[in-house]
Ligand binder design. Structure first.
Ligand code: SAM
Length: 208
């Protein structure tokens, strides 16, 4: 089975096994970091993409803030749940079942990409492809808000992976300027002992 088919069926299984709303990232609801950034008015309005959109909490929130809002997730079950959430909320969002490593969007489509818990699930050997894809679909000077683990209460070496600020800088700085980087102690996970980095980046001008 090709690797992305395997990932897809594993993630579908995760959503099938868990009653809707019970997965850890669903329990935290809309990202506080997302709400904070959007309230500051530092993101240009336009079209926004929620990568690894899961059951769509954040995608729906982004739409409610006046963006044209897209979500992409590898699990078709997650996409189904997200479409139901948007319909219930009465907002228009566009959800796709697809792989963030090969996204079906044109270059420079989005002014904003939001990522809570997407980059940190991607296997180390695929990270460069992921970063190039995020960069490709963003407009020049478009913003990328990354929220990823920097410490996990339960330890372990596998996904989701953890990152130091220095690692984030090394991975992203050739294509992005880092606008702000801060550490969040347990905020997004309700004080469980996990810690996150919240990193706002801006796509650099790339001379082709
Ligand atoms: C930790 S959850 C993300 C949570 C969500 N962003 C939130 O904040 O509520 C990880 C999600 O990534 C999706 N995913 C994993 N690998 C993916 C890939 N290669 N392309 C697209 N989605 C992927 C999974 O299906 C799952 O919904």
């Amino acid at each position: 089975m090709p690797a992305n088919e395997r990932d897809k069926s594993q993630w579908d299984e995760v959503y099938r096994k868990a009653p809707p709303g019970t997965l850890p990232w669903e329990q935290s609801g809309v990202s506080e970091e997302l709400m904070d950034i959007l309230s500051k008015g530092v993101i240009d309005s336009g079209r926004a993409l929620d990568v690894c959109s899961a059951s769509g909490y954040n995608t729906v929130y982004i739409a409610k803030q006046g963006f044209q809002s897209d979500g992409i997730d590898i699990s078709s079950r997650a996409v189904e749940l997200a479409r139901e959430r948007a319909a219930k909320a009465g907002v228009s969002c566009s959800f796709l079942a697809g792989d963030v490593l090969a996204m079906p969007y044109d270059d420079e489509t989005f002014t904003f990409v939001f990522d809570r818990g997407c980059f940190h699930t991607i296997a180390p050997r695929k990270r460069k492809v992921f970063i190039r894809e995020i960069c490709r679909v963003l407009k020049t000077k478009g913003k990328y808000l990354l929220v990823c683990f920097t410490r996990r209460a339960w330890g372990g070496g596998g996904p989701p992976y953890i990152f130091t600020p220095g690692e984030i800088e090394r991975y992203f700085s050739s294509l992005f300027n880092i606008v702000s980087l801060r550490k969040l102690e347990g905020v997004e996970a309700g004080g469980t002992g996990d810690a996150y980095l919240s990193v706002l980046m801006e796509k650099r001008y790339i001379d082709r």
